[in-house]
Ligand binder design. Structure first.
Ligand code: NDP
Length: 319
């Protein structure tokens, strides 16, 4: 039996390829896009898309059935167009919750206690030559932490925060059932109530630059912003202005508005901790995500049953 043809986007974790190579006819997307495959484009039934897949790219593949995204955030994939064409989109929820939640907590500790600057102090020989690193102005103990987003990952972050002797509150569009943390119906009300804001919401039209000057100012001069969701949610100019004016106390960011570009001004603050979008980037977790990509393809081609389709695209009912 001939193998199904699967197109892989560039810059994909090589582990994905190693999991799929025996079962599928793998093709790497050319620089010129799917159309550059010529006649082969008509054979492609599945795409593994890292970083997004547009409507135009889908339309260059006339027999496309499924787009699998090796990540939980699938904002780069035009799901509305996929739904119109009857193409199923899948993502990789849950398998990365622990890794991303660990990163969020690490980033919070790093930022509040300025461990990055302290390590730089040691590495530059300043401990030996100049003495101890200056005391960090803030502590984690006693903080009031607000979660903007309390979904799969937000809940894991919250459960990790409980032993830290902090108060926990959250904002989502509707209160989460079975959760005792204080609910705020608006982000503004959450920001007024807390001094540490952790963002873990998806990129949607409603979450665009909502962490603005007003929200940052509400956090106050001891305020800390942590973002492990999407850079899209934070107004970076407002953040830089708040850091310059000292209206907030620091920020820890894993994600940026225009990745991989990071504004020059952010690099200059010693009360800011910056990571290059690595929240889920460990070998075990990325392998788990790759396995889920493989399981989705297998489920689709075996019985039109992907494991983790996104809610926006249709999955035909069996039988
Ligand atoms: P979930 O869908 O499980 O949770 C999303 C949460 O955001 C829910 O609590 C939802 O609550 C809330 N939310 C969505 N829209 C709004 C809104 N307009 N206003 C307020 N709250 C909102 O997603 P995950 O927890 O699995 O992942 C969250 C996001 O994190 C991903 O979409 C991805 O973009 C990002 N991410 C980043 C990673 C990184 O490497 N830095 C790694 C993994 C994920 P409700 O619907 O009630 O509003």
């Amino acid at each position: 039996m001939s193998k199904e043809a699967v197109m892989l986007s560039q810059n994909l974790n090589p582990y994905v390829q190693s999991l799929l190579k025996d079962d599928y006819d793998l093709v790497t997307m050319p620089q010129g896009g799917p159309a550059a495959l010529g006649d082969k484009a008509a054979d492609i039934k599945a795409v593994v898309a890292f970083g997004g897949f547009s409507a135009a790219q889908m339309d260059e593949l006339p027999n496309l059935e499924i787009v699998t995204c090796p990540g939980v955030g699938y904002d780069g994939i035009d799901t509305a167009h996929a739904a119109e064409r009857g193409i199923v989109v899948t993502h990789t929820p849950n398998v990365l919750n622990d890794e991303v939640a660990d990163t969020a907590v690490a980033l919070m500790l790093n930022t509040v206690r300025r461990f990055y600057a302290a390590e730089t102090w040691l590495r530059e020989g300043r401990w030996e030559n100049e003495g101890g690193f200056p005391l960090s102005p803030f502590s984690v103990k006693g903080r009031k932490v607000g979660l903007y987003g309390l979904g799969r990952i937000g809940l894991e972050i919250a459960s990790r925060l409980e032993p830290f002797k902090v108060e926990i509150a959250y904002h989502t569009r509707s209160p989460k059932k079975g959760v005792d943390y204080a609910y705020h119906p608006t982000l503004a009300s959450l920001a007024e109530a807390v001094d540490t804001l952790i963002c873990i919401v998806p990129k949607t039209p409603e979450t665009h630059k909502v962490v603005n000057a007003e929200i940052l100012s509400a956090l106050g001069p001891k305020g800390i912003l942590i973002n492990v969701g999407r850079g899209w949610s934070v107004d970076e100019d407002a953040l830089i202005a708040a850091l310059e004016a000292g209206t907030i106390g620091g920020a820890g960011l894993d994600v940026f508005y225009d990745e991989p570009h990071v504004p020059e001004k952010l690099l200059a603050f010693d009360n800011v901790s910056l990571l290059p979008h690595v929240a889920s980037a460990s070998v075990p977790t990325r392998q788990g995500m790759a396995q889920l990509v493989a399981d989705n393809l297998k489920g689709w081609f075996a019985e039109k049953r992907p494991v983790t389709p996104v809610p926006e695209t249709p999955v035909p009912l069996k039988g």
